[in-house]
Design a protein around this ligand. Structure first.
Ligand code: URA
Length: 251
């Protein structure tokens, strides 16, 4: 149970002072009755209307975002970089305390979970919690078959050795050799792959591909644990997780 003025400020996009003013002016209804007392206790099951429009009363909210390129997902401002933060895409929700679960680089697109549930965030990203993350990758250069075993073995980096990762080179000929390389007008060769890693070190995927001589030019996260990016979400779009998706994440 929370005070109505607090709930309006956490979930309804109002400042605490505005919430009090709205109440004073009779603009808030709980279960059909106009609220008079800003200290009124309300719970998840109450219907709360602001100017006749229902607000979501759940304490914790969970969204999947198809992160667009050019947005940063760090919680701290990045010195010298004025790019928008992914949380700015959620402004109209009026929810306090939203943050991205883990990070994607500014030029990475795809699945990013946004929530105000710190416990879930911690559970999915704490060191030692190995949640599989699958990425679709486009690299400059020819991805050779032996990269698969190199990813499986792991790579030595300055600060860690990567755990076994699954690399699947996309577009193969019938005989199993990689095909479907695309080339640009200058004849440069590109390859495509899917990679699944269980860690989340800084620029990890990009650094792993550099170890096999390929520079990542496009990176998109497709899944995190059992949660897959909804293909109907265009870049920059998001939606609330459904009950099954939330359960899958919690497993
Ligand atoms: N690995 C990277 O290099 N960048 C990301 O954004 C995510 C994983």
């Amino acid at each position: 149970m929370d005070r109505i003025d607090k709930l309006l400020s956490n979930n309804g996009g109002l400042s605490r002072a505005d919430a009090k003013l709205y109440i004073k002016n009779g603009r808030i209804k709980v279960n059909g009755a106009v609220v008079k007392d800003p200290g009124l206790k309300v719970s998840d099951s109450d219907e709360i209307l602001v100017d006749g429009k229902a607000i979501n009363t759940a304490k914790y909210r969970y969204f999947m975002l198809n992160k667009p390129e050019g947005y940063i997902s760090s919680t701290e401002p990045e010195p010298g970089d004025n790019s928008p933060n992914v949380i700015s895409l959620f402004k109209s929700e009026g929810i306090k305390g939203l943050f991205p679960v883990g990070r994607l680089d500014k030029d990475t697109t795809g699945l990013l979970i946004i929530t105000n549930d710190g416990e879930l965030g911690h559970r999915l990203t704490a060191p030692g919690k190995h949640v599989d993350k699958t990425y679709l990758v486009k690299v400059r250069g020819e991805l050779k078959e032996d990269a698969v075993s190199a990813f499986e073995k792991g790579f030595e980096f300055k600060e860690f050795t990567s755990a076994p990762a699954k690399l699947e080179i996309l577009d193969r000929n019938d005989d199993g050799t990689p095909a479907g390389y695309s080339t640009n007008c200058e004849g440069e060769v590109y390859s495509a792959a899917k990679v699944t890693i269980s860690e989340g070190k800084f620029h990890q995927v990009k650094r792993m591909f550099l170890k096999v001589g390929c520079e990542v030019v496009q990176l998109k996260r497709l899944s995190m644990g059992k949660l897959c990016l909804d293909e109907n979400l265009a870049e920059g779009e998001y939606r609330e997780l459904n009950v099954q998706e939330l359960e899958a994440l919690s497993r």
